[in-house]
Design a protein around this ligand. Sequence first.
Ligand SMILES: C[S@@+](CC[C@H](N)C(=O)[O-])C[C@H]1O[C@@H](n2cnc3c(N)ncnc32)[C@H](O)[C@@H]1O
Length: 271
Amino acid sequence: MAKDNDYVLGTHDEEIQRLGLQHRVWRPRALDAWRRAGFTVGQTLMDVGCGPGYASLDLAGIVGPAGHIIACDRSRRFLDALEAARDHLGIDNITTHELDLSEAALPASGLDGAWCRWVFAFVKNPRSLLSRVAAAIRPGGVAVFHEYFNYASWRFTPRSSELEEFVQAAMKSWRADGGEPDIGLDLPVWLRELGFEIDTLKPIIDVVPATNFVWQWPVTFVEVALHRLVDLKHLTPERSHAISKALADATADPRTLMVTPAVLEIIAHKR
Ligand SMILES: C[S@@+](CC[C@H](N)C(=O)[O-])C[C@H]1O[C@@H](n2cnc3c(N)ncnc32)[C@H](O)[C@@H]1O
């Protein structure tokens, strides 16, 4: 079984908190995508790479007691967090599966749909994972994705060379770890090859001041990632310090706007 520390950002409590904040920022868009995808009561859906399961819990509410959520991740700690929340809330239609999505057979077939957010960007064999997700979905079933397609769109105005340096270092370390941040560029082609029709393609990008809730999502990532980039020697402690200071200065400057990393929403159904 793969070890928890295989996930590039770790599975410690701070990362569980960060993923929760990230879900709260993105939740309105996820709910909107699921509605347009036709997710509804009685369905069986897979949350592919569910993490601590914030989306799984929402999906469980949509499919209701007659439906079922199959939540898969390789992190035992994340699945423990999901199971604790599930049991605390008295939800009984989520089952969890600890597995390595890069290679494992998926524990389902005939699915009505799948939800995949910020997962294909991390797995080492995303085309293989997509083919296994495709095989697990019934004809007419729907897959919904939120994955980056232009991570380097993450910039600031006034421009910040330090924050652009950070984004480049983050992408470099991500790729060195076997992931591909801009995996959203590959998914539409692969989906067609695997027998899907694309229903909608929607770029999601915001331009926000520090007072906007959306700002919190990328910024909390900087704090987690800087430590890691120094540990992995993608940044020196001096550059990390300069980036931290530039971020603090940008946050305090009322002129600052952040352009967020660009996410591609894909809704596609299996022919
Ligand atoms: C950025 S988190 C996203 C979690 C969740 N989808 C969400 O949107 O909150 C990436 C997730 O992918 C999982 N993951 C990465 N590589 C994996 C693999 N090879 N097998 C299973 N899970 C993997 C991580 O454990 C983590 O939970």
